[in-house]
Design a protein around this ligand. Structure first.
Ligand SMILES: NC(=O)C1=CN([C@@H]2O[C@H](COP(=O)(O)OP(=O)(O)OC[C@H]3O[C@@H](n4cnc5c(N)ncnc54)[C@H](OP(=O)(O)O)[C@@H]3O)[C@@H](O)[C@H]2O)C=CC1
Ligand SMILES: Cc1cn([C@H]2C[C@H](O)[C@@H](COP(=O)(O)OP(=O)(O)O[C@H]3O[C@@H](C)C(=O)[C@@H](O)[C@H]3O)O2)c(=O)[nH]c1=O
Length: 296
């Protein structure tokens, strides 16, 4: 069985390639140079070249602030490419597992968002991802749109790596303490995406629709930063203070949701997959980035 992974060099794509796929499954993860997902002819040629049993799309424009000034580039990748992939996979009756984001929500609601809660993106990134979701939903009925949030890993740039770098440079970190969400390990997300893709590839009646996949629990960016710094300190890193500040004190080009906590209930119901706590996932990432906890 052949599975196509798009965005294979990204955080989630890297973990998808590292995943222990069952014997007989071959994963193909062309990089952007070999397959530009915004190029309709290139996409068609890729599908002509091999009969894929499933596609996992993690390719995206993820620079949230830069997207505010690179609107067309963000929309080409997050909306247009998703539409092209959805149309091409539909034409060939291939299931499409497509990754989306908590930033499709406005964050005004309380509690944990269910997948059918109304979207109301507040940023160019969020709007372009919401458009991508709509394209997938309307073009290919055999889809799983998997929204995730606050993805972290040992790879590329992400909040864990930023906090570790800043903790090495500054005496004190200042981090917003009024935005709530669910940190998610790229490795845990990859395992879920793989499980969904394998099930959809082997079963035409596998559950379809929109799901949420995040690690269990929720926190603020500030408390997440504190956990990162404390975890690093347990591994011999510098212990620095993390001061909570309001969003207004940390102005950014893009507006972020104040609450983007996601409920994973429907994913558990449909696929029997239950996430582990974000703190355990963070420990694994720090082990990989820094090393094991030091005993005194
Ligand atoms: N990061 C996060 O915190 C969150 C991410 N998500 C979603 O999860 C998914 C994966 O995110 P993540 O792994 O962090 O993203 P990354 O930014 O780490 O990776 C995105 C990948 O897309 C590739 N790409 C960019 N343009 C093209 C193109 N034209 N053709 C082919 N590939 C291209 C990039 O290539 P290159 O290596 O050349 O740059 C990169 O490998 C995305 O859908 C994102 O919206 C959702 C919530 C949170
Ligand atoms: C670096 C830094 C950030 N912040 C704030 C800014 C912002 O509100 C919050 C997170 O900052 P970042 O810019 O690192 O994260 P951001 O790019 O907003 O992360 C998002 O990426 C996209 C791709 C998603 O889909 C989202 O789920 C989410 O993970 O922390 C501080 O308060 N202090 C700091 O020193």
């Amino acid at each position: 069985m052949d599975i196509l992974i798009l965005g294979g060099a990204g955080q989630v794509g890297t973990e998808l390639q590292a995943f222990s796929w069952p014997e007989g499954v071959r994963v193909h993860a062309p990089d952007r140079r070999s397959l530009d997902v915004t190029d309709e002819a290139a996409i068609a040629a890729a599908f002509d070249a091999r009969a894929y049993a499933a596609v996992i799309n993690t390719a995206a424009y993820t620079a949230v602030d830069k997207a505010e000034s690179e609107v067309a580039t963000a929309w080409r990748l997050n909306a247009l490419a998703s539409a092209l992939l959805a149309a091409e996979t539909k034409r060939r009756a291939i299931p499409l597992v497509h990754v989306s984001t908590d930033y499709v929500f406005d964050g005004a609601g309380d509690g944990f968002y269910a997948p059918d809660a109304p979207v109301n993106p507040q940023s160019v990134y969020g709007a372009s991802k919401a458009a991508g979701e709509m394209a997938v939903r309307s073009a290919n009925p055999r889809h799983a749109i998997v929204r995730t949030a606050w993805v972290v890993s040992p790879h590329r740039g992400n909040f864990v790596k930023t906090m570790l770098r800043l903790a090495g440079e500054r005496e004190k970190l200042t981090v917003v303490d009024d935005q709530y969400g669910c940190p998610t390990s790229a490795a845990d997300l990859a395992a879920t995406l793989a499980a969904i893709a394998l099930r959809m590839a082997g079963d035409e009646r596998a559950p379809t629709g929109t799901f949420h996949c995040v690690n269990d629990g929720a926190t603020t960016w500030c408390d997440f930063a504190r956990a990162i710094v404390a975890g690093a300190a347990r591994r011999g890193g510098r212990s620095v203070a993390v001061e909570g500040i309001p969003t207004a004190a940390y102005p950014t080009p893009a507006k972020r949701p104040a609450n983007s906590r996601l409920s994973t209930q429907s994913l558990s119901d449909a696929y029997g997959l239950a996430p582990r706590p974000w703190e355990a996932a963070l420990d694994d990432i720090l082990d990989r980035l820094i090393g094991p906890v030091r005993s005194n």
